[in-house]
Write a protein that binds this ligand. Structure first.
Ligand code: FE2
Length: 417
């Protein structure tokens, strides 16, 4: 459900929300200072590992998920870092074939021939040149990857890293998935147009303004019990209310993620993360401190990505780390509260291509989104969270119902589970 607020009145809304949060909760300054000290230690640990070339982000193998061989220590580290690389989620040859077929799909349908295409104005100020993030949702390879059994197994594992019950009730079902149709990235060598600043996608100012959803998510931070804050506790996460925007995901995702279609690594214009799941909680408290203007949430802007900025959040930014080298078929996953960025320049030799596919387990919020998304799929329109560019309406070789497996139909909300 959208957050019912009047954006013309945003300064006053922020002012009164901050006053309320400061009065209602624990000692906001002492809480912030204590959490800052703890986070700083964690970030220093991350930076030290990174700077000596050691592994920072947990890496596991798909075959070990299948075999049930992921240790408690590995699971704990994934929760702490808020991210994981999963090697060989798909066979390399399959991912390479998908890459080729998506390339054919966009070329044969003339994707690049129409001007003013796919400029992601909500995140960056692309000027000219070939678009690098393609507003293509319904190619057959994307559908095949979303409904692939390996993807289902991977997401069951990832969903189960969360505490998915609260008060004896299921918050979501970790074993059933809802398709969240997202786009694909095809980034050319030499491209310098796609840099994305460190940010997160699941809402900006609403984290402080949504008294029913987000305030419950951050309840332990508000009350001063910051050590009890658990980013992997799903309680109330499916009840958050967002301001509708192409920069805000209106589904509940346990993880954002992508599947590598080409080899790529540091300096290839790929992903960077601040690998700590606690950064958003810390940013929540940061905005309440007395050095931040009363009507500011550290420069958070409604209906935009929430930025982690040098002015307010340098402590966390010191942990920004490039992901390790990825091979086609490897996947990377990060908690929706994990700050992520895309390197400004692609200095490598080959395309760095990915399919964005996250994990969105079954809950009422996600089921409601499927009701809007299914007609878009059937008609070839853009997915409902995104700008209604509708490039694929008449595309040849677009995926249709006949391309869906039983699982694919269930994930799309076209068949009951
Ligand atoms: Fe993002």
């Amino acid at each position: 459900m959208p957050l019912p607020i009047n954006l013309d009145d945003i300064s006053n809304l922020i002012r009164s929300a901050k006053t309320d949060l400061k009065q209602r909760g624990g000692d906001y300054k002492a809480t912030f200072d204590a959490m800052s000290a703890s986070l700083q230690q964690e970030i220093q640990e991350i930076a030290a590992l990174r700077d000596r070339g050691a592994s920072v982000m947990p890496e596991i193998r798909f075959q070990d998920i299948v075999a049930g061989n992921i240790s408690q220590a590995q699971q704990h580290l994934i929760r702490k870092r808020g991210c994981a690389v999963i090697r060989n989620t798909f066979p390399q040859a399959l991912a390479e074939a998908w890459n080729q077929r998506i390339g054919d799909y966009v070329a044969e349908n003339g994707y690049y021939d129409t001007p003013d295409k796919g400029l992601d104005k909500y995140f960056s100020s692309l000027q000219t040149g070939k678009p690098q993030i393609l507003s293509v949702y319904w190619s057959k390879p994307q559908m095949e990857a979303r409904q692939h059994e390996n993807m289902a197994q991977t997401r069951r594992f990832l969903n189960r890293l969360w505490t998915h019950e609260h008060g004896g009730q299921a918050v979501f079902d970790p074993d059933r998935e809802c398709t969240y149709a997202d786009r694909t990235r095809r980034r050319e060598p030499g491209d310098n147009s796609l840099g994305l600043k460190p940010h997160m996608d699941g809402g900006s100012v609403e984290r402080w303004l949504d008294t029913e959803g987000f305030h419950q998510v951050y309840r332990h931070l508000i009350s001063g019990n910051w050590e009890a804050y658990d980013p992997f506790d799903a309680a109330y996460r499916t009840e958050t209310r967002e301001i509708p925007s192409p920069a805000v995901c209106s589904m509940f995702r346990t993880f954002q993620g992508w599947t590598a279609l080409t080899p790529q690594g540091p300096n290839d214009g790929t992903l960077q993360l601040i690998p700590s799941s606690r950064v958003m909680g810390w940013m929540f408290l940061r905005a309440l401190q007395d050095d931040v203007p009363a009507d500011s949430l550290c420069d958070a802007i409604p209906a935009r990505a929430l930025l982690c900025s040098p002015r307010w959040h340098q402590l966390a930014l010191d942990g920004l780390t490039s992901i390790p080298h990825m091979q086609p078929g490897d996947t990377i996953w990060w908690h929706p509260d994990v700050i992520h960025a895309v390197e400004d320049r692609h200095q490598g030799q080959g395309y760095s291509n990915v399919m964005y596919i996250g994990a969105a387990p079954w809950c009422q919020k996600n089921a409601d989104y499927l009701k809007k998304q299914a007609p878009a799929f059937l008609g070839g329109e853009s997915a409902p969270d995104f700008a209604p560019e509708n490039y694929e309406l008449a595309y040849h070789d677009r995926a249709g119902v006949a391309d869906l497996t039983q699982l694919g139909k269930q994930q799309m909300g076209l068949e009951p589970w």
